[in-house]
Design a binder for this molecule. Sequence first.
Ligand code: NDP
Length: 631
Amino acid sequence: MPQQPQQPQQPQQPQTPRTPHTPASPHLDFDPEALRARYRTERDRRIRPDGRAQYRTTSGEFGSYDEDPHADREFTREPLHDRVEAVVVGGGFGGLLAGARLRQAGVESVRVIEKGGDFGGTWYWNRYPGIHCDIESYVYLPLLEEIGYVPRWRYAPGEEIRQHARAIARHFRLYDDACFQTQATELRWKEGEEGEKGEGEWIVGTDRGDRIRARYVVVSSGTLSQAKLPGIPGIETFKGHTFHTSRWDYAYTGGDANGGLTGLADKRVALIGTGATGIQVVPHLGADARHLYVFQRTPSSVDVRGNRPTDPEWARSLRPGWHRHRRDNFLKVVTGVRGEEDLVNDGWTSSAWLQEKLIPTNAYAHIPAEERERAYEIADFQKMNEIRARVESTVEDPETAEKLKPWYRYMCKRPTFSDHYLQTFNRPNVTLVDTADTHGVERITETSVVVGGVEYEVDCVIFATGFAVGVSGLVSGQLPAYGRGGVALLDRWKEGGPRTLHGFCTHGFPNLFQLGSLQNAAAVNFVHVLDEQATHIGAVVAEARRRGARYVEPSAEAEEAWVATIREKAPDQYRFHAECTPGYYNNEGRPRQRSEQFGDGPVVFHELLARWRAEGGTEDVLVDPDQGRLP
Ligand code: NDP
């Protein structure tokens, strides 16, 4: 591997040890039992009996929250009744990577079907002021060397990321056949004229009346793509202006993603939600609104950011292979692989050990379970003590500072990073309204947001309330797929749960692939995972083409064996998540008993895929209608 130069002036990330260290009798300057008790109290006061049912989707009565502010609303076109070699559902990074890797596999006609008016997925929809990626851009953005691009910022702004997505689409000619402002509504397998031995293919239906025939279908429609609203009583009665952060209304606020929201100079604004999005938006709203009320239910942990422009000398010094090397290094470091130098050295890598409860890994298996849990809890307390101390030293008003302190374990909620968020509460025009005791905002009237009986009169309500989890694609049933014999995928999975080989494909559903985090491995840098998945699918399709195999379809035995592996290695994270404050990480306080993630983690999973390909694993999936399974 080439030597990788470091960027100068790395910010200090000294705090939590990256890997477990378990001193025999740690000297603690805090009382663990008191912290445990406080965490339990904070959790209990937030738990709601209605769990996920408390939310509303941005459809039906609330459909206006889902309207696309960037696309031509009058757009129409004739339905398509044609044939392509591959349909890719979703034009975010997963779909772009699938399209790119299929092109590299020699597939000529690739049609991406995308709900938005352009490529970009998350980065198409989310353009709110302050939007940045909180993973280092040099490891987050895919295909950097293929495109010949080095990001301009260490943590890239959303617009730079969106433009990179478009550059990928241009580079791999994915605009050629793309269908924008179109949603795939059904996938139906059609056998060829001669039944099983004929040339079967998929018929892809859409909401524009298309019926597109395709040999291959790859679904990558995202897991957090449907915006959600809180089911606050009276939400529909508000007469002022309102929108969700993923559909930012610059026509109303003025300015752009860099701020300058001049339209708010005379407005009282309510922001509801303080997750990763809220943290990025608040500094701009605080700077530009006449008055900003931030309605918080659970405070996020807010750590140091330290963003900076890319050093041009460093960019010039990068050698071929740098991107893969840095990205692999990041993945290894955050999943605890020992002996790795920390090239990225930021808030994610310095808290690697604490992430194990979200992204399972086998890297700490050598430490006895009890000892590991004990040491892990101590490190977690220390990390959260630092986070709380930062609040105290930054926020001037002690009462406000107290409300901004998070009381839960580090990975109960997505960690956030900002050098401007906490500081915003020192402004005289910004008020923090804590809603924990009322389980969120109590009520919305025609003119106000109500908490604890107090009416906060506002001109505008902005919802930074996130996205419904797992409502897109094949797994949710939103895109129904009917395979051989007209069997619905979800019917096939009804008893015994999902069944896949490596998470990508299912017996009875030939040439159908999905990207995501079902029965494979996730990572905090999810785009990296998507690229490994797309690369794998591209390689399998290339092999199918080379061998003349008409179908890629796992044998029932191979699928069975993989499901058994998933079950056998499933991490037991139930207790950890059951003790967390509610949120989408723990299904609003009701964590699922069974994990569908590969327990040994993404590094081992990617190695397993590469070995499977190199050692003839494709035998498990390649089928020819005349010869049956290809040896
Ligand atoms: P989240 O789901 O993380 O946050 C939603 C917020 O709304 C929470 O603070 C929640 O409180 C609050 N909320 C919900 N209902 C109510 C209510 N009734 N009253 C008051 N508050 C309420 O959404 P985000 O948009 O922040 O993040 C969505 C996803 O996008 C996350 O995965 C996030 O990590 C990701 N993201 C990633 C970024 C990146 O840089 N990579 C940047 C921005 C987002 P509570 O916590 O109590 O439920």
